[in-house]
Design a protein around this ligand. Structure first.
Ligand SMILES: C[S@@+](CC[C@H](N)C(=O)[O-])C[C@H]1O[C@@H](n2cnc3c(N)ncnc32)[C@H](O)[C@@H]1O
Ligand SMILES: Nc1nc2[nH]cc(C(=O)O)c2c(=O)[nH]1
Ligand code: SF4
Ligand SMILES: [Mg+2]
Length: 212
């Protein structure tokens, strides 16, 4: 059984695939926060910008099998077939690696999808995921230490960029922490990238574009 908050079609807003048409499959639940506002102050991850509680969002629900889940994702894709671009699903949450398993990855592949994940990196990934974006959180034990994008929300005291820059990722991105201090955080992230060019800026473009 897979529990999913919402499934929707939009453009990838962040990271190296920014602008890419994508189905987002947002799994319910996270191991670093209950998702309840009342618990935010005592959560391990306190800056989350996402509602991942329940299965009541657009396209959300409980899917009994991997085939059912992949069918719902395939039905949500709206792109026309083209020989040079595959349909693309971004598994996120909540924490997708609490639920995404080999059967789900295989089912997405069998529907012709490339499979990406956005993860906090505290759980192992099933084999065959095509694109791994890890976003480490202060105070957690990072076990996914290789992948494609290492996308660090910045600033996080106790999770400074230096701690991650030796890991086996293709790109190292700083994403300004959204919230009341977004403007200051953006300025600080720009300054950091300018001084440490291993790091590049990731802007959450969907928030400015007014898309999901
Ligand atoms: C909601 S999380 C879900 C996936 C996974 N749990 C994770 O943390 O990577 C999706 C992305 O949004 C980022 N994010 C969450 N809250 C944010 C905030 N306030 N400002 C900037 N990025 C944020 C996360 O770091 C992650 O890269
Ligand atoms: N457009 C858009 N791009 C995204 N990239 C990562 C997201 C996420 O919440 O994981 C996200 C999201 O919620 N919307
Ligand atoms: S780990 Fe990801 S989903 Fe969980 S609370 Fe943090 S940002 Fe939100
Ligand atoms: Mg988001």
């Amino acid at each position: 059984m897979y529990r999913v908050k919402e499934i929707f079609y939009t453009l990838q807003g962040e990271g190296s695939h920014v602008g890419r048409p994508s189905v987002f499959c947002r799994f319910t639940s996270c191991n670093l926060w209950t998702g309840r506002e009342a618990d935010r102050h005592r959560a391990i991850c306190r800056f989350c910008d996402t509602d991942f509680v329940g299965t009541d969002g657009p396209g959300g629900g409980r899917f009994a099998t991997a085939e059912d889940l992949a069918s719902a994702v395939a039905k949500t894709w709206q792109g026309r077939p083209h020989p040079r671009s595959k349909p693309y699903v971004v598994c996120t949450g909540g924490e997708p690696l609490l639920q995404l398993d080999q059967a789900a990855v295989d089912a997405f592949h069998s529907k012709g999808f490339e499979v990406a994940i956005e993860t906090n990196g505290t759980r192992p990934a099933p084999a065959g995921v095509d694109w791994i974006c890890v976003s480490p959180k202060a105070g957690t034990n990072l076990i996914l230490t290789k992948g494609d994008d290492l996308k660090l929300v910045f600033p996080q005291p106790m999770a400074e960029p230096k701690r991650f820059e030796h890991l086996a990722f293709t790109r190292f991105l700083l994403q300004p922490m959204d919230g009341p201090d977004l403007a200051v955080n953006t300025r600080a992230a720009i300054e950091y990238c300018l001084e440490h060019p291993q790091w590049e800026l990731s802007v959450q473009t969907h928030k400015n574009l007014g898309i999901r």
